[in-house]
Design a protein around this ligand. Sequence first.
Ligand SMILES: *Cc1c(COP(=O)(O)O)cnc(C)c1O
Length: 433
Amino acid sequence: MTTTTGLPAVSLPPYFAYHGQHLLVEGVPLQRLAREHGTPLFVYSKAAMLSALTAYQRGLAGRKHLICYAMKANSSLAILQTLVRAGCGLDIVSGGELERAMAAGAEPSRVIFSGVGKTRTEMRQALKLGIGCFNVESRAELDVLDAVAREMGLRAPVSVRVNPNVDAQTHPYISTGLKGNKFGIAHEDVLDTYRHAAGCAGLRVVGIDCHIGSQITQAAPYLDAMDRVLDLVESIEAAGIAIEHIDFGGGLGIDYQGDAPPQADQLWKQLLAKLDARGFGNRTIMIEPGRSLVGNAGACVTEVLYRKPGEHKNFLIVDAAMNDLPRPALYEAFHRIVPLVQADGDAPSTTWDVVGPVCESGDWIGRDRALAVQAGDLLAVLSAGAYCMSMASNYNTRGRAAEVLVDGDKAWLIRSRESAADQFRLERPLPAV
Ligand SMILES: *Cc1c(COP(=O)(O)O)cnc(C)c1O
């Protein structure tokens, strides 16, 4: 994508494109949606989500498999419905997510429950529904789950999340698959944990799982983790405990800023070659992708409120903030920011820090961005489909944004803008004096 404005060319995610000067999502101009629904506004492309899913489905075609969308990336009901109707199971991390999964029409047996801190109440709730698998992260959790299931006269299907300790020297960007973080059971303790689980009357061992991190942009760490997990499957099965499914987690990255992660089908071509070579090609494969299914399918549309040029920095104050787009404040993450209507040929551009109205210096959305914009102009913060709306808060009593799902030339409002009354509905004022 090249621009004629003299501004740096910005590449756009699939299904986002300029037609003339106007930025469209599939067939719908974003400006029209912003006028209709106001800003800040999250807009998602259904085709972008489905094409991301199709890449995984293509990669795993002909194999026994289940793709469980890690719904913490974006748990809005219509997003879940879109992926569930296209064949996804779900990976949940709380009882609340389980209720959302059910509300979206997911089949409980196609839902798996991850996370280090499941409560007894959440375990009961999931067992009662007939959840597909608990991905257990500690010996203590295993024992509690065993007790809860026995009280209910049930056997809980379990998988142990193993920490493959993928070498930090070679893959320093991986954050959850290394010794020294809270996730998973250490490699050397895994066999004992399986022996213990196999002896519990309230448990039924069904699988093994790992998840080594997020925004991973290379195949090597996945290949390393697969080897480590398969080594464990061999020793567990040698001890007489059958492993039905192998779950390789999520974590595949997306292009935020010129990142070039492998395509899901290409990655799985390599992984399946290893699986076949090691004789595990006929196992049920499970995966838990989150970001890579929804991240590049969404944008957040925001209006420029004020230009505030300064001696050291120029600030562009917009109506979206860290409560809508928490990733820059949390991880210093980068989102591309582009105008909804491209400026004319030689409009002068200025370098701006794009910031929100929240009373925190951490409330920034993009730094040092060349933009030719005036107050009242609209901008799109790209690659905002994952870990934005699902992490949104009400800080500063800001209502959460509205959301729209685009399908071809149609657009559906999938979440209304949250009002102040919505926010204090559960609060109880003191009696009158
Ligand atoms: C967050 C998470 C995922 C999804 O990670 P992405 O980077 O969004 O693909 C998958 N599995 C587990 C256990 C997770 O915690």
